[in-house]
Design a protein around this ligand. Structure first.
Ligand SMILES: [Zn+2]
Ligand SMILES: [Zn+2]
Length: 397
């Protein structure tokens, strides 16, 4: 048995219910109990380019159609790095959008969620009703472009804080984490979704040969999912250690990205026919040209890391028209894939735990972002822990 609090307003307070519960869920229940919700919390506030500060800010107050989540972990995503380093958005904001945690408060009008539920969050959710949504261009939907999770200031994800408010239009993006899975796995749903969305856009057939350029966290997810789907994956990276990892994640071949004869080597993997697709997970323009050269006619180059607008590169338009070698982009997640992504992650068909190499406390978010921006041989996925991720030493889980 354990006791869980019944929610009674802004602070979760003390009508106690006794319900039978297994020791396994003891921690998740306890973490919600910790829960007289404080008035202020620690958060990492973006105050300008390369200026992240740990500050005390008010715990967000929720409306009747919203939930409050105590953050357990939040992944560091390249798009956060870009915003922090280039100062592309006006401060102040609290970033972090690959968030998982425990619900500590539920608005009166919310159905289907309870205090104590462990959840993974999506900060963008499409309306499913507009012109773009009818074309499945969810990332271009105006509702989708609104960020619906915040820890204060202009909504920006909020995961680098102790609590986040999930607005009503983002509730459909909340995913329950099964008891056997960790919050860390829940925090990986969003990046895995972006990868599956990219794969779906390629119209591949089983047995196709696909080049994945860059074997960092996103590249490895592509490698793992593509090979599980029956593709022959050729990975490249500049680091030998990452080429080895690529093989472990299912790559059929792993080549040195710095090879001056790389295009020939890539074409040779298909006996000269050319690749069916190339997934460019590094923001390097020369790789796009190599990809186009290594494709078969009618193949596709998918840009996944070129997230800065205004960068121009020469393209052979005749190759696109006559050889029908497409160049396309994929950005952000596809809401309609959410259940499928949850099955990939929670069944561990795609074991995302292997990807996590570093965990930083909230106070050291700036260091986490710096490491993610300049990865080392050892670093892959980097997480920030709010302090509620795991039980303290000696407590049960
Ligand atoms: Zn992300
Ligand atoms: Zn829409």
């Amino acid at each position: 048995m354990c006791v869980v609090p019944v929610e009674t307003g802004h602070s979760v307070r003390p009508m106690w219910l006794k319900i039978p519960v297994s020791p396994a869920c003891l921690w998740s229940k306890l973490s919600s109990v910790s829960a007289t919700i404080p008035k202020t919390m620690r958060a990492v506030v973006y105050r300008g380019a390369n200026d992240l500060r740990v500050e005390a800010v008010p715990v967000p107050r929720i409306g009747s159609g919203e939930i409050l989540v105590q953050v357990g972990v939040c992944g560091v995503c390249p798009t956060d790095i870009k915003k922090v380093q280039y100062g592309t958005q006006t401060p102040p904001r609290i970033y972090g959008h690959e968030t998982a945690g425990t619900i500590v408060q539920v608005g009166a009008r919310v159905r289907g969620w309870s205090v104590g539920d462990r959840v993974g969050l999506h900060h963008h959710v499409p309306c499913l009703d507009c012109h773009c949504c009818r074309h499945r261009a969810f990332a271009q939907c105006e509702t989708y472009k609104r960020t619906g999770i915040t820890a204060g200031f202009e909504p920006a994800g909020g995961g680098y804080a102790e609590y986040v408010r999930v607005m009503d239009f983002c509730l459909p993006g909340v995913v329950k984490i099964p008891a056997k899975n960790s919050l860390e796995e829940g925090a990986m749903l969003e990046p895995v979704n972006t990868v599956l969305k990219g794969i779906r856009s390629l119209s591949l057939l089983k047995g196709d040969t696909v080049w994945v350029a860059g074997a960092g966290p996103i590249g490895l997810l592509f490698i793992g999912m593509l090979s599980a789907l029956g593709m022959r994956v050729v990975a490249t990276d500049l680091m030998e250690s990452r080429r080895q990892l690529a093989r472990r994640w299912g790559a059929w071949k792993a080549l040195d990205g710095a090879d001056v004869n790389l295009v020939d080597a890539l074409r040779a993997t298909t006996r000269g026919r050319g690749l069916d697709a190339a997934v460019v997970c590094v923001p390097v323009d020369a790789v796009v040209a190599q990809a186009q050269a290594a494709l078969r006619g009618g193949g596709t180059t998918l840009l996944f890391a070129h997230t800065l607008r205004g960068k121009l590169a020469p393209v052979d338009l005749g190759v696109i028209c006559v050889d029908e070698k497409g160049v396309m982009g994929s950005y952000s997640s596809d809401f309609t894939l959410q259940k499928e992504v949850a099955r990939w992650v929670f069944s561990r068909r795609l074991d995302v735990r292997k990807l996590i190499t570093h965990r930083f406390p909230l106070e050291e978010t700036a260091a986490a972002v710096a490491l993610a921006a300049r990865p080392t041989e050892e670093s892959l996925k980097i997480l920030v822990e709010s302090g509620f991720a795991r039980p303290k030493a000696g407590s049960a889980r």
